[in-house]
Design a protein around this ligand. Structure first.
Ligand code: ASP
Ligand code: MG
Length: 449
């Protein structure tokens, strides 16, 4: 299809009416934007995560629902048909209250996902109205019609073939007359139950839809003007990167830069769809274009930082000259759907890192996993660590990494190092409290202005 862009707006971009209006104008000014994927309005998913928990007493449930109502009403109030919209919001929130009270009576992960889906349901409904209010023909499409997943609630896996087929049948015909607004983050399993793709999953939803409709572009609109050399909150020396390759950006997304959901680039890479990342607050400031081939490939492109890492060290004398130990360890991790980020091994021990963010809806290292691993070996679990990833090109074949990188952070303890598996990154774990200083110092030397 000629010039079909899938545009995704994140939580801050649809946080309130002013923000939504800016997004609506982005769409209106470039009608190649034909599919719009929205996140929940900022803050709403966090409220819903609380509602989805097992132990929320009735008055707290009411307070949380009222907080959501305030956010969504404020958007409705800026629109012409506010009375009707408020009624729709009320209807949704009544449904939500019932689900939350069921959750209190009997917790299920399935119910939790149903609860989480209300953020995107509400924001898509409201954004459709905002887009209409600027004169764009718009239809609101329930993504669950096409985003078919397995039943792994909280971190469901999308059936790419079913998505493709359903999209061609159900969504594409709608594009003839309308801009289609739909939800990120949510899907539906084979039993017709709502699922979610994991926190921050709307980017990934947008990329999957872009792949399914064979889009020419994917635009991820957020609250920063693209991908930076590092988190600008850590150092004011950080600067936006105009162009970056898929390979580098994928490492960045995986290892910290919170801008994109880590899986986002996979569908884009499969289908070679360039991905633009920009700020809906200042679209005129440009952003970062992520694509297959780029004009320059510097040795050092950026530094990513990811906090709240868990390091698990498993140690077994039985591993000495033995085979199959790692397979057993990984079988346990796979059973618990745990995904390992970094790994280093010595003769009788293996160290593994896991992303363990607060508020995550996915499985984490818990007592059950530790107990199972302990059947096999000694296990130690450390928290309070951050992962620093130096991203660039040809790093595995670059001389002077010691001088460029480690000399500058000589005063700090490096808990673990991973290098050589990817030409695009060099990663290490450091104590949480040193992380900012380390990144700042590294940035000063690697990206001196
Ligand atoms: N609303 C969901 C979240 O906050 C998904 C997203 O924003 O991408 O995690
Ligand atoms: Mg996001």
């Amino acid at each position: 299809m000629a010039n079909l862009t899938v545009a995704k707006f994140g939580g801050t971009s649809v946080a309130n009416h002013d923000a939504m209006l800016r997004c609506a104008n982005i769409i209106k000014n470039d009608l190649s934007n034909r599919i719009v994927v929205v996140s929940a309005s900022a803050g709403v998913t966090n409220h819903l995560v609380r509602l989805g928990q097992a132990d929320v007493p009735a008055d707290e449930r009411n307070d949380v629902i009222e907080s959501i109502r305030v956010i969504q009403y404020a958007i409705a109030e800026a629109l012409e048909n506010q009375a009707e919209l408020k009624q729709t919001i009320d209807g949704k929130l009544t449904e939500l209250a019932t689900l939350a009270s069921n959750q209190f009576d009997q917790f299920t992960a399935k119910n939790s996902d149903e609860i989480l889906s209300f953020g995107e349901q509400l924001s898509s409904l409201l954004f459709t109205q905002v887009l209409r209010s600027v004169g764009v023909n718009t239809t609101c499409f329930d993504v669950r019609t096409v985003m078919k997943t397995n039943s792994l609630y909280g971190k469901a896996v999308v059936d790419i073939d079913a998505l493709k087929q359903q999209t061609v049948n159900e969504l594409v015909p709608q594009l003839n007359d309308n801009v289609v607004v739909t939800q990120g983050f949510i899907g539906q399993d084979g039993l017709g139950h709502t699922t979610t793709l994991g926190r921050g999953g709307s980017d990934y939803s947008a990329a999957l839809l872009a792949e399914a409709v064979d889009a020419t572009n994917l635009s991820i609109w957020t609250d920063v003007v693209g991908i930076f050399t590092t988190d600008p909150r850590i150092t004011d020396q950080a600067r936006a990167i105009p162009e970056i390759s898929f390979g580098e950006a994928a490492e960045m997304a995986t290892f910290g830069a919170k801008i994109l959901h880590p899986a986002t680039l996979i569908p884009a890479m499969r289908q070679n769809i360039p991905v633009f990342v920009g700020s809906s607050k200042e679209p005129e400031s440009g952003g970062t274009l992520i694509q297959q081939s780029v004009a320059s490939s510097p040795t050092y492109r950026s530094i990513a930082l990811r906090r709240e890492q868990t390091l698990v060290t498993v140690k077994s004398p039985a591993m000495l000259h033995a085979s199959g130990f790692l397979a057993k360890v990984f079988a346990i991790l796979a059973k618990h759907e745990l995904s390992v980020d970094l790994i280093t091994t010595s003769e009788i021990s293996v160290a593994l890192t896991f992303d363990n963010p607060t508020g995550s809806t996915q499985s984490l290292i818990n007592n059950e996993v530790v107990k199972e691993l302990e059947q096999l070996c000694e296990v130690s679990v450390e928290h309070g660590l951050s992962l620093v990833a130096v991203i660039g090109n040809n790093l595995h074949a670059t001389k002077g990494l010691g001088t460029h990188v480690f000399d500058k952070i000589n005063d700090f303890n490096i808990r673990m190092i991973c290098h050589g598996a990817s030409s695009n990154n060099l990663c290490f774990l450091v104590p949480e409290q040193d992380a900012n200083t380390i990144v700042e110092q590294l940035h000063d030397t690697l990206f001196a202005a």
